[in-house]
Design a protein around this ligand. Structure first.
Ligand code: SF4
Length: 247
């Protein structure tokens, strides 16, 4: 029997599905005890809401839907576009939040989150995480805490029930993130097949230069199972402020 080598997008889907299974199989008890052992406590330094710590705030569809309600101007296509077709259209798996010129989140005001009661899923679970990442030597391993020993307080007492809840929410976030990525890859694959398209790296690089030079590009953002067309310039990623309404 001849084994066909999967195409790049198919291979990525397989890889992401394996990652998803790995997260699902990761024992809740282990994550919960790591959280208890590390005993992280936020000291309100707000570093995690700035470029000093985090590149951008990626949004799950449920988060993007909330931001569309309260401050649609705060949304931008997540910055690392994954594909570009021969027409120069980029594709990315979701939205992100705009930043202020100093690199802080658009919702950070005087060191505090101005949408705290409606903050996003990643902001609720941060700095907890559950995904595989390479260390400095390139060895892949599970990462459970972001910015370990770089912010906040450690070795504080966290009640067992709270640790279990954090572990559950953290796994839930990572699962939702991977499901969104898999849905995105499947949607790109379907679109490319239906329209005889493929990713073209040369066009990707050319369009990125156009963007960096202040030009406008089209980004198809995956949202609720389909794609939304966004026309965007590099300047759209940074804003002094956004107007928003919170009930
Ligand atoms: S939404 Fe709030 S908690 Fe989340 S990064 Fe922005 S300021 Fe920080």
């Amino acid at each position: 029997m001849i084994e066909l080598t999967p195409k790049p997008i198919e291979s990525l889907i397989i890889q992401k599905k394996q990652e998803l299974q790995g997260v699902i199989d990761y024992p809740d008890k282990t994550l919960s005890s790591i959280i208890r052992e590390i005993g992280f406590k936020c000291d309100l330094c707000s570093k995690c809401c700035t470029a000093e710590f985090n590149d951008h705030v990626f949004l799950l569809d449920t988060d993007a839907a909330r931001i569309k309600q309260i401050a649609p101007d705060a949304l931008v296509p997540a910055p690392y576009y994954e594909f570009c077709d021969r027409e120069g259209r980029f594709y990315v798996s979701g939205y992100a939040l705009k930043s202020r010129p100093d690199g802080s989140c658009i919702f950070l005001e005087q060191g505090r989150c101005s949408i705290y009661s409606q903050r996003l899923t990643i902001c609720r679970i941060y700095p907890y995480m559950l995904h595989r990442e390479a260390d400095e030597d390139g060895n892949m391993d599970w990462r459970q805490i972001s910015g370990l020993n770089e912010h906040g307080c450690y070795h504080t007492e966290i009640e067992k029930g709270e640790c279990r809840q954090i572990a559950e929410e953290t796994k839930g976030y990572e699962i939702a993130c991977l499901e969104q990525e898999i849905g995105f890859l499947e949607a790109v694959d379907a679109r490319f097949r239906e329209n005889g398209l493929r990713h073209v790296q040369g066009i990707y690089d050319k369009q990125m230069r156009h963007l960096r030079n202040g030009g406008e590009i089209e980004v198809q953002v995956y949202y609720e199972g389909g794609f939304e067309k966004n026309l965007i310039r590099i300047s759209d990623y940074v804003s002094g402020s956004v107007s928003f309404a919170i009930g």
